[in-house]
Design a protein around this ligand. Structure first.
Ligand SMILES: [Zn+2]
Length: 391
């Protein structure tokens, strides 16, 4: 037995252990039945099973691979890290490890289980040996490919680390297999970045505004802070960060908003009209290019407030032909007013509004060139010259 073991150990270049139990019994036999030397060793070899010593690599309690020696297993682990960190600035990384608990155990195993590092490393990194790719054709985007193969955009990005997803080129080969690594490399690096510092907001009250009105008196400005953080990444993707220090580089500016305290006027027509927006009149009522302009145009910044010219009830909120986004208010006493080309509505059909209440925002919708509000007054359904009513 000892000879056999020695022979196997030489062949396997490793410790071996017999798994068959060998027992000895005294018996009678003829001389030619007694096996000697090589013949005995050979017969024993055919009948006993043995295992060789290898090093089993566990990740998170699962067997990942069996290598011949601990050194080979350590080489494999190092190569997995090196591949994951290819292109990374190692000087910034202060810890390199694995996301899973890695254990190396010397065990006796079947010789056939021993794997070669170079043969298994791809499988450990990708979780599969499957290869599936797509070659970019004219007009195809990363997004279109993700739709085509029913992959999420983030999975497709994971399958193609280092690829600029915004700029794919015709003929470029895109990997469609999302890696599910059996072992993931975990790093901690200290990163310094400049980030936005939020501003505070203070509220002041004013009797010159109505109760439901607010205005910004001082616009808040974001500051800048230098943040030093330990960033944990698994396979290059951030999974967490711990802030080590924050230093203000530029102080933020506090925002001051003013809230009104004045009771709003009654939500009904007063019989007088005011300008619905702040701005200059860019087109008057009357004949224009051979056609009658049915109101006045007030040029004002896109998004600025449009206010009810008089109190009343909102009777139209919606898109209407050349008016674009339009609001119509019924003021009673047979007067209605129109506010066209809006970008946003602040009221809905049926709302009661007071004179001067914000109803929407200036826009450029409908038949319009440039941000303005088209304002119209009608009496008994007849178009009026608004200028003669405005105060
Ligand atoms: Zn107009």
């Amino acid at each position: 037995m000892q000879t056999l073991k020695q022979k196997y150990q030489e062949n396997a270049d490793s410790e071996i252990s017999f798994t068959s139990e060998v027992t000895y019994e005294r018996t009678r036999a003829s001389n030619k039945e007694v096996l000697k030397d090589d013949a005995l060793v050979e017969t024993l070899g055919r009948n006993v099973q043995f295992k060789v010593q290898g090093c089993t690599l566990y990740a998170g309690g699962n067997i990942i691979a069996v290598l011949k020696t601990k050194e080979k297993a350590e080489e494999l682990l190092k190569e997995i890290q090196d591949r994951s960190l290819a292109g990374a600035d190692r000087s910034k990384i202060k810890e390199i490890g694995f996301a899973e608990k890695i254990e190396l155990k010397d065990e006796f195993i079947d010789a056939s289980e021993i794997a070669d590092k170079d043969e298994i490393i791809e499988f450990i990194i990708k979780g599969t040996n499957e290869v599936k790719t797509h070659v970019i054709k004219s007009g195809e985007s990363f997004w279109a490919i993700s739709r085509k193969y029913n992959l999420s955009l983030s999975d497709l990005e994971k399958a193609n680390p280092g690829v600029n997803t915004e700029r794919v080129q015709i003929g470029q080969v895109i990997n469609l297999i999302v890696p599910k690594p059996l072992i993931s490399v975990k790093t901690v690096e200290t990163i310094t970045s400049v980030e936005k510092a939020e501003f505070e907001q203070k509220v002041e009250f004013s009797s010159s505004l109505y109760k439901d009105e607010t205005s910004i008196r001082v616009k808040g400005i974001y500051g800048e802070k230098e943040v030093i953080a330990d960033v944990t990444k698994v396979n290059g993707i951030e999974t967490g960060r711990t802030i080590l220090s924050e230093k203000m580089i530029k102080e933020p500016k506090t925002q001051i908003i003013v809230k009104g305290t004045k009771d709003p006027p009654p939500k009904k027509g007063t019989g007088t009209f005011s300008y619905p927006a702040r701005g200059s009149i860019t087109s008057r009522y009357g004949m224009r290019w051979g056609r009658r302009h049915t109101g006045i145009d007030i040029g004002a910044p896109y998004g600025s407030s449009v206010k009810a010219s008089d109190g009343g009830e909102v009777i139209w909120v919606g898109y209407k032909g050349g008016y674009g986004k339009l609001i119509i208010i019924d003021h009673g006493a047979n007067f209605v007013s129109y506010y066209g080309h809006l970008s946003k509505y602040s009221v809905k059909d049926g709302d009661k509004v007071y004179k001067g209440q914000k109803i929407g925002e200036v826009g450029n919708s409908g038949n319009s060139t440039g941000a303005h509000v088209h304002f119209e007054i009608r009496k008994n359904g007849v178009i009026q010259n608004p200028t003669s009513y405005l105060k």
